[in-house]
Ligand binder design. Sequence first.
Ligand code: LHQ
Length: 282
Amino acid sequence: VLLVSNEGAVRVLTLNRPQALNAFTTAMLGQLRHALDDAAEDSSVRAVLVTGAGRAFCAGQDLNDPYIKPEFETAADTAVGAEAVPPSGQAPRRPKPKDIGHLLDHYYIPLALRLRSMPVPTLCAVNGVAAGAGANFALGCDLVIAGRSASFIQAFSRIGLVPDCGGTWLLTRLVGRARALQLTLLGEKLPAEQAQQWGLIARCVADEELASVAMATAQQLAGMPTRALVQTRAALDEAMDLELEDALRMEARLQSQLGYAHDYLEGAAAFLDKRAPHFKDR
Ligand code: LHQ
């Protein structure tokens, strides 16, 4: 359910359940997390590109998964209880409570944290609809490039849930409270072009250009100073919650560490020598 390939230093992960719009099953969530772990540990990987097979990026949690598929009590479940058991088919059946929080604890939380702490830059090529956790997984990547026919749906409210996979944290940061509420309360489809205008994603390109633009951007990232890119991501996230002076001190601390690293010495020397730099820190 997940295709893994390499193109130079770019690790490509393709969600591959096109018949169900690449909806997340526990199997797929597990494979995705392992694939991110592998990419993180493999020093030859310098960028990760995630995309989907078929017409969708990902329809979010697979609602057929036994973990969360709605179930209703049968006569056998209630036979011992105090309430009368309605003859089958005559009264509404009571839904069985579902511990869907378990799914978050064991699959989504580790996945979202893994994604956000990758030691290489991450890029998502959104090739079609991205709904629910599929949307928020995409938005958790460092750069998001979508094809013109792609769209983003915070589908949670439609089925009586709250945003997960980091949506509550990401959306207000990306587009502000008013737009975050508009997206999450109404659960409407936001077309890729508008997502770009809102600043939710980095770029929107013609569908037929998506694969090549995304790969070129991933290759560009792979050739850049990885450690500095990853520390930039972490610093931007951290600074959201800091006073200016604390952010300035954090920048100084990071800068003085990076100032001793190979990539700074190489980058600055290459600039002065008017040659292409060769970065290697990770
Ligand atoms: C699907 C799904 C799907 C199974 C399409 N599941 N089959 C929640 C709970 C617990 C813990 C963890 O976290 C979460 C997070 C979440 O992600 S909650 C949100 C779950 N996702 C949704 O509610 C979205 C449901 N899907 C849709 O609204 C539509 O399918 C979208 C808008 C994505 C696409 O619409 P269309 O382009 O019209 O396609 P379609 O609806 O015809 O779907 C095609 C097939 O894919 C269809 O199967 P079929 O056998 O009829 O061809 C769908 O049943 C299946 N599919 N999403 N999430």
